[in-house]
Design a protein around this ligand. Sequence first.
Ligand code: MEV
Length: 298
Amino acid sequence: MASSASAPRGLGKAILLGEHSVVYGHEAIAGAIEMGVECRAEPAEGNRLVIPAWDIDLREDEDHKVAKAFAALLSASGCNEPQIFHCETDLPAAAGLGSSAALCVALARCLAPTLDTDGVQELASVGEMQFHDTPSGIDVALSATGGIGSYSKADGLKLVDCPPLPIVIGLSGVERSTAAMVAGVASRMSESSTKACISTLGNLAILGHAALCEGDMASLGELMNESHRCLGKLGVSTRELDAMVRASHLAGALGAKLTGAGGGGAMIALAPGNEEKVAARLSQLGYTSIITTLGAQQ
Ligand code: MEV
């Protein structure tokens, strides 16, 4: 999203490698994207949150998960002046691109403009917890910081010094809940096949980190392909996501995989020089495609 003059904003993100395993302490590789949420506030009689793009207009005491996150942020910020918060966004909601984190970061920046990036992350996480019971923190970290890097719960976000990475995003059009997908994987963690998938996904992210640092796109693409197969075994891919991954390969992508929690949402393709072809193929099949770069700056 084009940043309008100084509007507090949070960026969306796409995970290259390591979704789900990052919840269990493994490293993941991800980047911020040029789509996000911008927020402006003005004094009002009561607190209200308005997000026309997501059909949201609510007060903090309503029985709605966005209202609960809004209420948690208002209370944690200690801000006592009633305000109406107007948010603009080009991020699709519930699509695996970090929309809830981007909203919480934009609201945190609006509520507490003097906070540094760590403070924004801490405050935004209070809201993000209302959306996702046990978030790894990767979405909020990238949303607040921008860039591209590796993330683990223990070490936080470590930016990688590499050029922005062009990718194609394909939207399945199926909304899903990250919390429900993460809970589904957790309920299968006693099975040895699930444990093995989580550890493979973590190892692929470590290899991906090295490939990214070396600019080795062929290896990065192959690791993404392997990761998608593994996420399928984990039970989080769908017919639409698999179809978009196959179509991306046929249109010349080096790598393609679902991104985020799966169960619907989005996929990404790495297709240096073939981005237009991949995007056109996905559109022909009826999916929304977006060409963007990983590594957007705040
Ligand atoms: C969220 O974008 C990706 C997951 O790994 C959940 C998380 O890290 O909190 C599925």
